[in-house]
Design a protein around this ligand. Structure first.
Ligand code: NAD
Length: 494
């Protein structure tokens, strides 16, 4: 990728964004807008529509009509596949534009955004385009005088609520399988990272998705998100975000139509380093990348480093050395390894975590401060805190920022006990040359995904979902399709 092409886009004016409802871009019903502030320099980039309750209701009604008249579900699988592939083509054709727009909005370093955002979103849409005509119903093994058929049907209207850290990638994880199975969708992007996702939604229409099948409404979670959650016309909610919002969504479902709710929540994922790790240098490099890329704003970030006591000091020094060499700065520079923190509020929260960690006996080994304040942007030095006890706040609470908590352990049993000592269970890793130990750790550590001698990078063929308070249900892989279908039995007397 050429830096000059990125630089040509970095200062371009961004037009105001509206909602996408019934195939048209429209303003809020009362004309209200929200400023979109860039975390790169604190400047207002553009505005987006500040959705009203009426906007969300109109979008849901449009999705309901589109579902009931079968304008999408009623098309042949081949026709639907063609539209989804065309959409992926358009995302790829606009990849640089989408990535730069997203970075200006949410601050992710461009090297990661290019790979994880449009690239991954297009691949996900293609994966589900290819899957959609390979999902068969079943014939049950009944007695001979009856025929039991199991149909797989779309559920109806899907409400998809997306966070700000990887809007295109996570958006596609919901939109790909939901649309492939013939549902209609109402999308609710995050307040602080909506632009690239709204643009990606527009491209779906250009690809031939019928109007009303995909609607997208921007605005505050507490306003438009709540209307979606309480709607009697939304059949499934799929959500990625914080546990607090996840709890609210369950409550909305209970107070309305008992809609299905799938939650992908936070984590406090343990990266466990044994003294017999095959290559400690590699482990140190990957451990630093596994927490600090995208300024730690990654749900599966390896935010707890558990190090066997015999190599603790040596290994922490190696991680610190890698960390201190990581380049924090202009997210639109291809060589930047750590971009901006998403907002000033998030940065303040990160710094408060450092203070708490120190008050509870932790030692800041590197980082711990705001940096590059002169840019007007929200940047934080990657931070390592050692001596963090398993019950400390930094071990227990998700920061969602560039802060690594380091805790020593002695034995395998210690490692498992400490790894499992949070309410979360999203991801984790073990580094060892001992095959038996690797498998035992994979079995015993509570998580949706465990890595062995690596961290991150699991592709779209495998599921990602949490256990415990990290959520339920999975994104990615063929398993994700289950969230977007109903099973219907036809019991036929012969
Ligand atoms: P958040 O819960 O504040 O917001 C997520 C989305 O929910 C936003 O679109 C927001 O507008 C919406 N929302 C907020 N209040 C709402 C309400 N009352 N009703 C309906 N919608 C509402 O989370 P965030 O700060 O955007 O994202 C960070 C969190 O997401 C972290 O905890 C992180 O771990 C988690 N996350 C999880 C995964 C995963 O796959 N498990 C992936 C990425 C992020």
């Amino acid at each position: 990728m050429d830096q000059a092409r990125i630089d040509a886009l970095r200062g371009q004016p961004v037009p105001p964004f509206g909602h996408l409802i019934d195939g048209k871009i429209v303003p809020a019903s009362d004309g209200a807008v929200m400023d979109v502030t860039s975390p790169l320099n604190g400047e207002v980039l553009t505005t987006s529509a500040r959705g009203t309750a009426l906007d969300m209701e109109t979008a849901i009604a449009s999705a309901r009509t589109a579902f009931e008249d079968r304008r999408w579900a009623g098309q042949s699988p081949a026709a639907r596949k063609k539209v989804l592939h065309k959409w992926a083509d358009l995302i790829e054709a606009h990849a640089l534009e989408l990535a730069v727009l997203g970075v200006r909005d949410n601050g992710t370093e461009i090297s990661m955004a290019l790979k994880a955002e449009p690239g991954s979103a297009a691949a996900t849409i293609r994966y589900y385009a290819e899957a959609l005509d390979k999902v068969y119903g079943e014939i049950a093994p009944t007695a001979g005088d009856v025929l039991g058929l199991i149909h797989k049907e779309p559920v109806g209207v899907v409400g998809a609520i997306i966070p700000w850290n990887f809007p295109l990638m996570i958006g596609a994880w919901k939109l790909g399988p939901a649309l492939a199975m013939g549902n209609s969708v109402v999308l609710k992007p995050a307040e602080t990272a909506s632009l690239s996702l709204m643009r990606m939604a527009e491209l779906a229409l250009e690809a031939g998705l019928p109007p009303g099948v995909l609607n997208a409404v921007t605005g505050e979670g507490a306003v438009v998100g709540e209307v979606m959650g309480l709607s009697m016309d939304v059949d499934v909610l799929v959500f990625t975000g914080s546990g607090g919002t996840g709890r609210r969504l369950l409550d909305y479902a209970a107070r309305s139509n008992l809609k299905r709710v799938y939650l992908e929540l936070g984590g406090k994922s343990p990266n466990v380093i044994f003294a017999d790790a095959p290559n400690l240098e590699e482990a140190a490099k990957v451990a630093a990348g596994g927490i600090f890329r995208n300024a730690g704003q990654v749900c599966v970030a390896g935010s707890r480093l558990l190090v066997q006591a015999s190599i603790h000091d040596e290994f922490v020094a190696m991680v610190a050395q890698v960390t201190e060499q990581m380049q924090v700065g202009d997210p639109l520079n291809l060589s930047t390894q750590i971009g901006a923190v998403n907002s000033e509020a998030q940065l303040a929260q990160n710094l408060a975590f450092v203070d708490t960690a120190q008050a509870e006996g932790g030692t800041v080994t590197t980082g711990g401060t705001r940096v590059l304040q002169e840019t007007g942007g929200s940047f934080m030095a990657p931070t390592i805190v050692t001596g963090v006890t398993p019950d400390a706040t930094l071990s227990q609470k998700e920061v969602f920022g560039p802060i690594l908590a380091v805790t020593p352990f002695e034995t395998d049993e210690d490692a498992v006990r400490i790894a499992n000592s949070t309410v979360y269970g999203l991801a984790g890793a073990v580094w060892t040359s001992n095959l038996g130990r690797a498998h035992r750790m994979v079995r015993d550590i509570r998580a949706g995904v465990m890595h062995v001698n690596t961290y991150g990078g699991a592709d779209g063929t495998v599921p990602l979902g949490g256990v415990g308070q990290s959520g339920n249900g999975s994104d990615k892989s063929l398993h994700a399709l289950d969230k977007y279908i109903n099973l219907k039995t036809a019991w036929i007397k012969l």
